[in-house]
Design a binder for this molecule. Structure first.
Ligand code: HEC
Length: 194
């Protein structure tokens, strides 16, 4: 222990100052903080071994994004293919397939060209989602609608069927192909049978 000396070395306005050594424990603590600061500086800022908050944040965000993508993939993998899906990923895949394989006959808007209008409430082969799936799978060969089962996988047929489902009731600009088949009230809505 440092010696305690109560000699007053300075006094001003009644405030007295003594000149004693600081306690050893206090000095040690002070030195430790200096050593710590040097190591900290080297570790985080010079050598870059430690991650700063911004990097940790980036890490967490990319981990969360990967987890989100995995969840979405799992949700798509477990999707019920007997029902139309309005998932953005499904519709964008369906939209691409539609412009590649279907738009030439059903028009890019679905309003019909060689093939019937897919946006109205009249259906030759049935208004339900399962009916569209069936026609897309097996086609109507004698009318020029080919069977897509060898060209498109079940998942792709589901995506394109979901896409045309989403076009229902979209009222594309004229000239629309006149309604063909049986009118099924309410079937010109993307929420029909959902
Ligand atoms: C070569 C022209 C052609 C192509 C390409 C074509 N279709 Fe068709 N599609 C037709 C014709 C013609 C019909 C009407 C069949 C009938 O009269 O029975 C039809 C009927 C349909 C129907 C049933 C409509 C109803 O009223 O019941 C659906 C659904 C359909 N097509 C979806 C598709 C999809 C999806 C694709 C792309 C994968 C596609 N078609 C590609 C010509 C085509």
């Amino acid at each position: 222990m440092a010696e305690y000396n109560d000699e007053i070395v300075h006094e001003c306005d009644g405030i007295q100052e003594q000149d004693n050594k600081l306690p050893q424990w206090w000095v040690m603590l002070f030195k430790v903080t200096i050593v710590f600061a040097v190591i900290y500086l080297l570790w985080f800022h010079v050598l870059g071994f430690g991650k700063l908050s911004a990097e940790k944040y980036e890490d967490e965000v990319s981990r969360a994004e990967a987890a989100q993508a995995a969840r979405q993939a799992a949700a798509l993998a477990n999707m019920d293919l007997t029902m139309p899906s309005l998932e953005a990923a499904v519709l964008s895949e369906g939209s691409e397939l539609y412009s590649t394989y279907c738009a030439s006959c059903h028009h890019s808007t679905g309003r019909g060209l060689i093939g019937p209008n897919l946006t109205d409430n009249a259906w030759i082969h049935g208004a339900e989602f399962a009916d569209s799936m069936y026609v897309i799978e097996n086609g109507v060969l004698e009318k020029g609608m080919q069977a897509w089962k060898s060209m498109l996988s079940l998942r792709q047929r589901h995506a394109v069927a979901s896409y045309i489902y989403s076009l229902r009731g979209s009222n594309p600009p004229e000239p629309r192909r006149a309604p063909q088949g049986e009118v099924v009230p309410g079937s010109d809505s993307p929420t029909f049978q959902l």
